[in-house]
Design a protein around this ligand. Structure first.
Ligand SMILES: Nc1ncnc2c1ncn2[C@@H]1O[C@H](COP(=O)(O)OP(=O)(O)OP(=O)(O)O)[C@@H](O)[C@H]1O
Ligand SMILES: [Mg+2]
Length: 246
């Protein structure tokens, strides 16, 4: 993947436009924080990028491929989707062991048994939960389940990692593990990471650059220092100073 580029993206539901992005460019190997008030379109943006949802119009350039999103077929989408991984705010665990839950994405990819074993062990080690491999996933605590969801994503060795408020319901200890792992895979594997967060100090800590979405529009995309200390728009100034109401 060189750069990831979104162009003329628009998502509407029953005539209501909930997301409009003229252009956004993401450089490979960087961490991006996505912030904005509730309902701004942040999750919609990640769902569209992960090909879970089709926009009304728009194109995406990634992994060297230009994709016209509304007309993308399932068959053409699958190989693109396999280069990404997504972690939701409330991960679903399947009725199986932790090991099998982490292996899930790899089994879809038809990898051989020893590769699956190696990758799952490595991913569990990254999130510091190797001892829980044989535990039933349903019995995990919320924080453990979220780290297992991250391990499941990382086992796929994605080029692009999409995170939707992954630490929103975690305690400081689990947050610090989560953040350390994100930084580690970003440095070591040059993984590009887009992370939605309502935690502005977290965006400051982790992100190289941040996006501000408001009322479905991408208002600002800038390096993290500029974003927080010299916001260009009145809307972002209000948001970072806590004055924005909606
Ligand atoms: N399938 C859908 N049908 C109709 N409206 C939808 C659908 N999905 C999302 N929306 C609307 O699109 C808007 C943006 O939703 P989205 O989930 O992207 O917001 P968000 O920025 O992630 O908010 P939050 O911070 O609360 O998670 C909301 O007004 C939501 O109601
Ligand atoms: Mg959301």
């Amino acid at each position: 993947m060189n750069r990831l580029k979104l162009k003329d993206l628009e998502v509407s539901y029953e005539g209501r436009t909930v997301l409009q992005v003229e252009q956004a460019i993401f450089e490979r190997g960087r961490i991006y924080g996505i912030v904005g008030p509730s309902g701004a379109g942040k999750s919609t943006l990640l769902r569209v990028m992960n090909l879970l949802e089709k926009p009304t119009r728009g194109s995406m350039q990634l992994f060297g491929t230009d994709v016209e999103l509304p007309s993308l077929t399932y068959r053409k989408g699958v190989p693109i989707q396999r280069k990404m991984a997504f972690v939701a705010q409330r991960p679903s665990m399947f009725q199986a062991t932790v090991f099998d839950n982490v292996a899930l994405g790899l089994r879809y990819r038809n990898l051989d048994k020893s590769t699956v074993q190696k990758r799952v062990e490595h991913a569990l080690g990254l999130v510091e939960l190797s001892p829980l491999a044989r535990q039933r996933a349903q019995t995990l605590s919320g924080g453990e389940a979220q780290r297992i969801a991250l391990a499941r994503a990382l086992a796929c060795e994605p080029e692009l990692l999409l995170l939707d408020e992954p630490t929103a319901s975690l305690d400081p200890y689990n947050i610090s593990i989560f953040e350390r792992v994100i930084q580690q895979v970003n440095h070591q594997q040059h993984m590009t990471i887009l992370m939605i967060t309502h935690n502005l100090p977290q965006a400051k800590r982790l992100a190289d650059a941040c996006l501000f979405l408001h009322k479905g529009r991408l208002v600002e995309l800038a390096d993290t220092h500029t974003f927080f200390h010299h916001p260009a728009s009145a809307e972002l100034q209000d948001f970072v100073s806590g004055r924005m109401i909606c």
